[in-house]
Design a protein. Sequence first.
Length: 102
Amino acid sequence: MTRRWAVVAAMFASTFLLGCAVRGMPYNGPYLTPTECRDLAALKANAPPTMGQHQSELSALRKAGYDPSPWYDDPYYPDDLQAAQRLVDYWFQTECQQPQPG
């Protein structure tokens, strides 16, 4: 019986460590989709906003770590929103401003 628990404990520990290692790996791909780049560019150009553009902006902000759900009880608002906006602006400058091949 003790050998069985040792195997279970070893499997749990290895799974836990693997999860920590995978979670800590940096993401190397683009953060913004082409649609998000297009919609963010339109919003920055002061074009009349559409619902789709607002949804793209919200999607980008969520990727940057902003969670709009606790708006009524968020002690970090507006700091967390502004931090996410700065990160999305950085992504926009580095990913969306690149010349398109073709």
